[in-house]
Design a binder for this molecule. Structure first.
Ligand code: ZN
Length: 312
């Protein structure tokens, strides 16, 4: 069997204030807060994970909240510029009312590829979209008291990458990941995998004259693609190396195993496994309740906790 990528695994972005980030995504957007941990490469700062009930691949949005005073990112080429969530048909009116109530910056709904969508900004200026998918999305939404299943996000619909030239990135998607070009509207090219129903789309927007973007506060740090297990992960490592790109060794991220490489268009890509998942150190019911640390930081837990702001 030929191994293909199973859509998006997670998307990681940079935020400023941790509490403000936690409140926006868990309360206003109504995602489940599934993991509170630290940046494994910088344990003085948090790493937050939001998703559906279990933290299914394709629903996981993660943040490095690096605190106030962070330099603001600049949108441009060579970066992921929009994160698209799938929402039920007819739910945008609910969201507009909610964004009014919470002073969220948003645009009037518009249509692309025949799908109605609502663009909005998170408190750090990160651009997101709620999209009424034209194909039924059967994923089970996480519900909160204020955001019920009939309007709640169901996980990612797509990610948009802005590029000076889409060709080298498109080649990675089609030749290595198993994606196909589905549709095109002006300079937006929609690629998708048929291996999964949700989180299957990558849109490439070509802007030849666009300045290179700067990844900092309010921007996407990397996009992670999904594989089922370590065996397939290492198969992709070999494939990408043979393609002539440099790629990291396998890295243990506690909740998944990862590889990182920069695709030729400049966007940092990760490939991540389903195993072991978010219940490896907390029960399903208690996901996101405690501060979880990888074993190597347990001995300095007190110092780490003393340094982090309380969020919940
Ligand atoms: Zn990641």
């Amino acid at each position: 069997m030929e191994n293909k990528i199973l859509g998006i695994h997670h998307i990681t972005a940079i935020a400023g204030d941790a509490k403000r980030n936690f409140d926006f995504y868990s309360k206003v957007l109504g995602l489940r807060f599934i993991k509170k941990t630290v940046n494994f490469d910088d344990p003085g700062t948090y790493h937050f994970y939001f998703g559906d009930e279990v933290g299914s691949a394709g629903t996981i949005l993660t943040f490095f909240p690096w605190g106030a005073g962070l330099q603001q990112g600049r949108k441009g080429s060579g970066m992921a510029t929009e994160i698209g969530y799938s929402v039920p048909q007819g739910s945008l009116e609910f969201w507009i009312e909610r964004f009014e109530k919470y002073n969220v910056i948003y645009n009037k709904p518009s249509v692309k590829f025949g799908e109605r969508y609502l663009t909005f900004l998170d408190p750090d200026g990160l651009k997101l979209e709620l999209i009424e998918s034209k194909t039924p999305d059967n994923r089970k939404a996480w519900e909160t008291d204020e955001v019920k299943a009939d309007v709640a996000t169901k996980g990612f619909h797509n990610i948009t990458l802005t590029l000076k030239n889409i060709k080298p990135t498109a080649a990675i998607l089609t030749e290595i990941f198993g994606y196909q070009l589905m549709e095109q509207e002006v300079n937006r090219y929609r690629y998708a995998t048929s291996e999964v129903e949700g989180a299957a789309i990558v849109d490439l927007v070509e802007l030849p004259d666009e300045k290179h973007g700067h990844v900092a506060n309010g921007s996407v740090h990397h996009v992670a693609f999904r594989v089922p297990n370590d065996e397939v992960l290492m198969h992709f490592r070999e494939k990408i190396e043979n393609y002539g790109l440099s790629i990291t060794p396998q890295i243990d991220r506690q909740y998944f195993h990862s590889l990182y490489f920069r695709e030729p268009g400049g966007v940092l890509f990760e490939i991540a496994t389903d195993n072991p998942g978010f219940t490896v150190d907390e029960t399903l019911e208690n996901l996101g309740k405690g501060l979880k640390l990888p074993p190597r930081y347990e001995s300095i837990r007190e110092d780490i906790e003393a340094n982090l702001v309380k969020i919940n």
